[in-house]
Design a protein around this ligand. Structure first.
Ligand SMILES: [Zn+2]
Length: 314
């Protein structure tokens, strides 16, 4: 039996907030509970929105909390650092494989067209692509190219993909009806998250992906990519999202819940202990180190619904 390989895959478009941190803690505990390793990969595909200084801060924050990685990252680990912004050649090779299967086509739709009021939406608010550009003729494509550079989409079949999530349980999605043909590459040449994340998790030997429940519906698309690329899929566990006490979703714009502010007010053990309490891993919000939570960790203790931060916790 090979050991578990988990990962942190943060996107450095700002400072870490409590929600990101909770996912990192759960990913770390889940891997370490089984004696596994953690890979750190910086998801800075959109290099303009993700300056290196945020990546450095993020590594610093994770290390300060005691969430150490075993591979990747610029401050330790036996291999790496892994920055997606430096891996375009690797994604290109996988993209070409998909194109060679006749599954990739150019899409000229504008943002305004895609987000029209009449557009069908998924339950979590994404637009379901109706296949507008799927059947353009070569002549039509040539004509449209004169006006704008296209993005590229992957054709998906009318097929249900099912899997059992380590936290959320059974999940099914119809690729065509619940999502539609999805982006592999933007018009400016940047590869899409879905492609990069699959290629990277596979080549880094990741066997367990722990991330926020907002990415649960990406999993069917990613499983489809694993299949098309002939790669072995990891297992998945999507952790419940953390909401502000007033019920809003936390975001990187919430300065008060950013690590920058939290570090000024609490010790690392206090933050870890409070998060462990919010996620059902201990009964009191007492200070804890990540190591001290490892032995008793179980996904069974983690709620399956969004978690509203108690008013007086932070
Ligand atoms: Zn289109």
């Amino acid at each position: 039996m090979s050991a578990v390989v988990g990962r942190f895959a943060p996107s450095p478009s700002g400072r870490l907030h409590l929600g990101n941190l909770a996912c990192s803690l759960l990913a770390w505990l889940s891997a370490k509970h089984e004696g596994g390793r953690i890979v750190l990969r910086i998801e800075d595909l959109d290099a303009e929105r993700c300056p290196r200084k945020y990546a450095d801060l993020l590594e610093e924050d994770l290390a300060w909390l005691g969430l150490y990685w075993d591979e990747g990252g610029s401050h330790g680990g036996s291999h790496g650092p892994y920055y997606q912004s430096e891996c375009a050649d690797i994604y290109t090779a996988s993209y070409e494989k998909l194109a060679a299967q006749g599954l990739v086509y150019p899409c000229f739709c504008s943002r305004a067209q895609l987000h029209a009021a009449s557009a069908p939406h998924t339950s979590d608010g994404n637009v379901i692509y109706p296949g507008t550009c799927r059947s353009l003729t070569p002549a039509e494509v040539a004509e449209k190219r004169k006006a704008k550079a296209p993005a590229y989409r992957l054709k998906v079949p009318d097929e249900v993909v099912s899997f059992t999530d380590g936290c959320m349980g059974p999940h099914s999605e119809n690729l065509l009806r619940d999502c539609g043909d999805f982006y592999l590459r933007r018009a400016d040449g940047v590869f899409a998250y879905q492609l990069a994340v699959v290629v990277d998790d596979a080549r880094m030997g990741v066997t367990e992906v722990v991330r926020g429940a907002d990415l649960l519906s990406s999993t069917a698309r990613q499983l489809y990519l694993y299949r098309l690329l002939g790669l072995k899929a990891p297992r998945f566990a999507h952790c419940p999202l953390l909401l502000a006490p007033d019920g809003r979703r936390l975001s990187k714009r919430d300065g008060d819940q950013s690590l920058e502010n939290l570090r000024a007010r609490y010790t690392a053990a206090e933050i870890v202990g409070k998060l462990a309490y919010a996620y059902g891993l201990q009964e009191e919000p007492a200070p804890r180190t990540p190591e001290s939570l490892t032995a008793d960790f179980s996904w069974k203790k983690v709620p399956k619904h969004d978690i509203c931060l108690p008013e007086d916790l932070f």
